[in-house]
Write a protein that binds this ligand. Structure first.
Ligand SMILES: Cc1ncc(COP(=O)(O)O)c(C=O)c1O
Length: 421
């Protein structure tokens, strides 16, 4: 099946779901066992089936299968949020004493998780402040367990060189983990460029309507956990699960098997079936929405480029963007909804004059959303720190929605005029 068909119809088993055309919400906690033998086989992970909804649920299973297929992966695990998808992914491969190499231009929530919470747990992140692949390689040592990046970095809209990073990671026997939230598999499939694991905040474009928190971890099935002795969590017995050796039992499907059997079981950050249902509805229109998000954002970017009171525009598909070549290589069907620009006027007046753009901290909603990082998310930083993070006082980050493009442009133009009065 092609992408659009998988998104709209993939994995629906009409007989299994009482001929309901849309997979229902299985608001259900536990599942009955036909026999003791059946229960034993389930608990020993010998057969597939549901035990308890912290571990799996048919509503979650539907979106796990669809996102795995859309990404070109072999398995996926739905989590309660994007944050918990990142948390479980890192804990699945790293423990106290280990290190991870990443960019300093990643989403602020992930940056905090890496620099504070994981630091307290003894996992060290090396943040690279450069686009130079050699700087990533120099930061790798024998304790490094993966390279972590974002396809389209949030909020500065930087494009990662996935293929280059994957080559470096594999040279050192470690996987490349990519947060593909802002691109979605419709614009970029990181596995095709050598990435090993993909994570998503499904809260954004995959659910798409700003109404369901969720996350997803997808495994390409390509990374060999046995190739060196770095990944003992996969190659030695898990005493908390009858001494199972994940890489032996599940071979190339070990990543999701361990994340589910060990980490979702222990941490409990599973996705609610209601949110999985809302996300299923979103996935069904993903390709149509991403096309229009990208079309509207590019048209707004071109409009703002010519505006006399706009200081700069950041959009990867603009020819003068420093990441234009990377964007053309990695983003095949468009460059998504995120656009950054500097307003030559009063930032607060600009934000408050907008009528159509909603002032909020989210992205990937059908509605246009504007965020003023210097006045909100990065307010606590000094001017110098903001400058370093690329968050100047004039910087606006917008997620361009699916409204009529003329209304979108008019709203921004009016607000610029008011910001200068
Ligand atoms: C790129 C990226 N990754 C992860 C997250 C975290 O996702 P969630 O808010 O669903 O926990 C976000 C949230 O904005 C994000 O933009």
């Amino acid at each position: 099946m092609k992408f659009e068909t998988l998104a709209a119809q993939g994995f629906i088993d009409l007989k299994k779901q009482n001929h309901a055309v849309s997979t229902p919400i299985y608001a259900n906690t536990a599942y009955s066992f036909d026999s003791v033998e059946y229960a034993i086989n389930l608990f020993d992970l010998k057969i597939e089936g549901d035990i308890y909804s912290r571990l799996s649920n048919p509503s979650n299973d539907m979106i796990e299968k669809r996102v795995a297929a859309l990404e070109g992966g072999i398995g996926a695990l739905a989590t309660s949020s994007g944050q918990s998808a990142v948390l479980i992914t890192i804990l699945n491969i790293a423990q106290a004493g280990d290190e991870i190499v990443t960019s300093d231009k990643i989403y602020g929530g992930t940056y905090n998780l890496f620099s504070k919470t994981f630091k307290q747990m003894g996992i060290t992140f090396r943040f690279i402040n450069s686009d130079n692949l050699e700087d990533y390689e120099k930061a790798i040592n024998e304790k490094t367990k993966c390279i972590y990046t974002e396809t389209i970095g949030n909020p500065r809209i930087k494009i990662a060189d996935i293929e280059g990073l994957a080559k470096i990671a594999h040279k050192h026997g470690i996987p490349l983990v990519v947060d593909n939230t802002v691109a979605t598999p419709y614009l970029c499939r990181p596995f095709e460029f050598g990435a090993d694991i993909v994570v998503h905040s499904t809260t954004k474009y995959l659910s798409g309507h700003g109404n369901a928190m969720g996350g997803m971890i997808v495994d390409s099935g390509n990374f060999d956990w046995n190739q060196n002795d770095k990944f003992k969590m996969f190659t030695t017995p898990d005493e908390s699960y009858h001494g199972i050796i994940y890489a032996k039992e599940f071979q190339n499907a070990a990543f999701i098997a361990k994340a589910r059997a060990h980490l979702i079981r222990d941490l409990g950050c599973c996705q609610s079936p209601f949110n999985a249902y809302l996300t299923q509805l979103g996935i069904e229109t993903l390709h149509v929405r991403m096309e229009r998000h990208s079309q509207n954002a590019l048209e707004l970017a071109r409009h703002l480029e010519k505006h006399p009171h706009i200081n700069y525009v950041i959009y990867p598909y603009l020819e003068n963007n420093p990441d234009y070549a990377l964007a053309k290589k990695y983003l095949k069907n468009g460059a998504s909804s995120l656009i950054g620009f500097g307003v030559d006027g009063d930032g607060t007046k600009f934000i408050e004059a907008l009528k159509l753009f909603i002032h909020a901290t989210n992205l990937g909603d059908v509605r246009s959303i504007i965020t003023y990082p210097a006045g909100t998310t990065h307010r606590q930083l000094s001017d110098e720190q903001k400058e370093k993070a690329g968050i100047t006082n004039d910087f606006m980050r917008a997620s361009v929605g699916l409204e009529n493009i003329d209304d979108i442009k008019e709203d921004i133009d009016n607000a610029i005029e008011i910001s200068r009065s």
